[in-house]
Design a protein around this ligand. Structure first.
Ligand code: GUN
Ligand code: ZN
Length: 426
């Protein structure tokens, strides 16, 4: 048993979601890493005199972030500037990913640094694309398992339109997916496999069909892919799949669109496709720092939300330029503002925490209410005097949250807890 005291700032699972700001509050964390009770420290100490105490008075306790879209190899190429997606993939991304193979010391170091970056930014669950190589993906799972971070991880499937060194023929890919599924899916209740067809141009129809079938056999796996990010990509899809009704139809036809599908981007989407996304309850992972960096377009948050499509946030490192979900939230705010329909601070926090968890079917993540997993970040705003000053001027919890969204970053993250265990502290 542990008693953790601080100021809670988190979303409550009500409809609509509510923001709770609760100073001087103690969480009682049970031996399974769940929040068992919440209250005043003195009362809980009396009831649980043997519980270990952690005093984060004057610090904020905020649920750990869910980064629903990030590429492991691409941390090596953040800021590789190209005018748009397709030349960026060809000139920078694919050559970088070729190096992510095998089980070397170099790859082990890279996997640890990747986890370090996620944790130091307050991320407690990441949906990750590895490279197309089995061994390095296996190693990445292993490092997540060792370090205690939550992961929905996939070996990126690709069997066409990329350098030979990245292509894995269908039969080999399926055998490797099965091996990863057996070894890691459900491991310690913290890791899951995501079947990861990179995007339709990288996969033959046969490979996509086979991955759809594999998902049907194991419906609790996730599926992640890219969708409707860039206009050049859309033209290519028309050329490759002339009979498809639209881009979404390509994936639907192979059984790849379900309530466990995460689609990165979803910028250029017609009303008809929005409706079908909502029917499937497929999730859009909105990645604003990436969309701005590659000039991909401005995601229509409100239009997508009004259609009933679940929206989560992703950093999309390395097209994305930051591991920080704070930075991602503030860019999402600006993108929505440019679309003429600004989102509220609570919408942003919910998309980075509670709503992302709910959309992924993880109903005990993303909030600091009783019964939830003790996954949280401890923020010390004194590390950023401007933020501290701005928060002192705030008149409401919403205003505090807005200040954090626009000014907080990894310098504020003092420690990170997952499943009741402190994984990182400064
Ligand atoms: N579409 C296909 N692959 C990728 C990728 O690695 N990053 C982004 N942003 N879009 C993609
Ligand atoms: Zn991506």
């Amino acid at each position: 048993m542990q008693l953790v005291t601080g100021t809670l700032l988190h979303c409550l699972a009500k409809s609509p979601v509510e923001l709770e700001y609760s100073p001087h509050t103690t969480l009682l964390i049970d031996d399974h890493g769940r929040i068992q009770a919440k209250g005043k420290l003195a009362d809980l100490q009396k009831q649980y005199p043997k519980a270990q105490g952690f005093d984060y008075t004057d610090r904020l306790l905020i649920p750990g972030f869910l980064d629903t879209h990030i590429h492991f190899p691409q941390m090596d190429m953040i800021g590789a500037m190209e005018p748009s997606l397709l030349p960026w993939l060809e000139k920078h991304t694919f050559p970088t990913e070729v190096a992510y193979r095998g089980r070397s010391d170099l790859m082990l170091k890279a996997a640890h640094q990747f986890v370090d970056e996620l944790l130091s930014n307050g991320t407690t669950l990441a949906c990750v694309y590895s490279s197309s190589n089995h061994d390095v993906t296996d190693l990445l799972f292993e490092v997540f398992a060792q370090r205690g971070l939550r992961g929905i991880i996939g070996k990126t499937s690709m069997d066409r339109h990329a350098p030979q060194a990245l292509l894995v023929p269908m039969a080999d890919d399926l055998a490797q997916q099965s091996a990863l599924l057996q070894r890691w899916h459900g491991f310690d209740q913290r890791l899951s496999l995501a079947l990861t067809p990179r995007f339709a141009p990288s996969c033959t129809p046969e490979l996509m069909r086979a991955l759809g079938e594999l998902h049907a056999q194991h419906p609790d796996t996730y599926i992640q892919t890219h969708y409707a990010e860039n206009t050049g990509e859309l033209l290519w899809i028309k050329e490759l799949f002339p009979k498809a009704h639209d881009y979404l139809d390509v994936y639907e036809a192979f059984g790849l669109i379900t309530g466990r599908t995460l689609l990165a981007h979803g910028i250029h989407v017609e009303a008809d496709a929005r409706q079908r996304l909502a029917q499937h309850q497929a999730i859009i992972s909105h990645c604003p720092t990436s969309n701005l960096f590659l000039g991909s377009g401005l995601f229509a948050w409100k239009t997508m939300e009004e259609a009933g499509v679940p929206i989560a946030l992703g950093t999309d490192v390395g097209a994305g330029t930051s591991f920080s979900l704070w930075q991602t939230m503030n860019e999402a705010y600006k993108v929505a503002a440019l679309r003429g329909a600004a989102v509220q601070p609570i919408d942003l926090l919910a998309a980075a925490t509670l709503k992302a968890a709910q959309a992924l079917g993880l109903s005990d993540l993303g909030s600091l209410s009783v019964g939830y997993q003790a996954d949280f970040q401890v923020l010390n705003v004194r590390t950023r005097p401007l933020l501290e000053r701005r928060i002192k001027m705030a008149n409401s919890a919403e205003e505090i949250l807005a200040a954090l969204i626009h000014l907080a970053d990894d310098r504020c993250v003092e420690s990170v807890w997952v499943n009741g265990k402190r994984l990182r502290s400064t």
